[in-house]
Design a protein around this ligand. Structure first.
Ligand SMILES: [Zn+2]
Length: 310
């Protein structure tokens, strides 16, 4: 730590904190009183975000306010001292500033306000309220519940998660490194995530036979339609769970099959692949019986009902 300090880069922790600044900025707002604390270009004092982000660097010339100015520096003789009233681009900004009360020394110091919720700003910082806002934003990804769920198998979930983010090393992604790679299951020249799940005739046959009766006429080779349906459907609770399980097990084993073929470690026919996925699902359901999820005891029975073994 000391070493890097000497080299002028600051400590590891300090640099990490600096990286969080953009995240923190969206929670901070200034209430202008004497205008001595808030920076004109870099603090949100007009309640429209940072001015530098709105105007870009040229804004400093158009408005005639220096880049490092505090808000009070844009005031002369108790009036706003800014240019831009005749600028086509910055006229609106000019007007909004003119409409704001000019900061005055006897009004006390500028106040930093911290966002507690949409349109609620308070003088004190609350880590709970802040975390809530960050958390809510992250939790809104619609597919999260079909990737991570109680009955899921973590290593399957991980592959599904990579697939959702399109981070699996499919041919289209490898092309950037000069590697040409077609589908090893059907010979299609362009191997993409959407092809493997489940536009490929091989993988689709497996998916169709395993999930066909759960999906009914909603069974589809299209990746986004499938992901949408697995995430959000009107099936009864047990079928919802089974569908998520079939989906993640299928994605996992189809990706495994693809890798084994690619590295010439053998291949399975459609029927063999279906048996493997079916067995993996039954094993997972059986293991749940000994875990804390007792209320799903009927799950295995239901799986026997909805899945026709080859
Ligand atoms: Zn294929």
């Amino acid at each position: 730590m000391l070493n890097s300090d000497l080299h002028g880069k600051g400590s590891w922790m300090w640099r990490k904190l600096l990286k969080l600044r953009p995240l923190a900025y969206q929670f901070i707002r200034f209430e202008i009183n004497d205008g001595q604390k808030a920076f004109f270009w870099f603090d949100d004092w007009l309640q429209m975000g940072r001015l530098i982000d709105i105007t870009g660097a040229v804004g400093t010339c158009y408005l005639g306010v220096a880049r490092n100015a505090r808000v009070i520096d844009a005031v002369a003789q108790s009036r706003w001292n800014i240019r831009g009233q005749r600028s086509r681009h910055f006229h609106d900004l000019y007007e909004s500033i003119q409409n704001i009360q000019v900061p005055q020394e006897d009004q006390g110091r500028d106040k930093v306000l911290w966002k507690h919720a949409e349109d609620t700003y308070k003088a004190q910082f609350s880590s709970v309220r802040t975390w809530d806002q960050i958390r809510v934003r992250k939790a809104t990804v619609p597919w999260s519940k079909c990737v991570w769920f109680t009955q899921g198998v973590p290593r399957y979930s991980f592959i599904v998660w990579l697939a959702v983010k399109n981070r699996l090393s499919t041919g289209d992604r490898m092309r950037a490194w000069g590697i040409q790679q077609g589908c090893v299951m059907c010979g299609e020249w362009d191997e993409t995530r959407d092809h493997v799940f489940f536009a490929c005739p091989y993988t689709y046959s497996v998916w169709d036979r395993l999930a066909g009766s759960l999906c009914g006429r909603r069974i589809n080779p299209d990746w986004s339609l499938t992901l949408q349906f697995v995430t959000n459907n009107n099936l009864q609770l047990m079928d919802k769970i089974l569908l998520k399980m079939v989906f993640q097990t299928c994605v996992y084993y189809m990706w495994k099959e693809r890798n084994e073929r690619r590295h010439q470690r053998g291949f399975r026919t459609v029927d063999q692949a279906i048996r493997i996925v079916d067995k993996a699902i039954r094993n997972r359901i059986s293991s749940l019986r000994y875990g804390p999820v007792h209320r799903f005891a009927g799950l295995l029975q239901r799986w026997f009902e909805v899945f026709d073994r080859p």
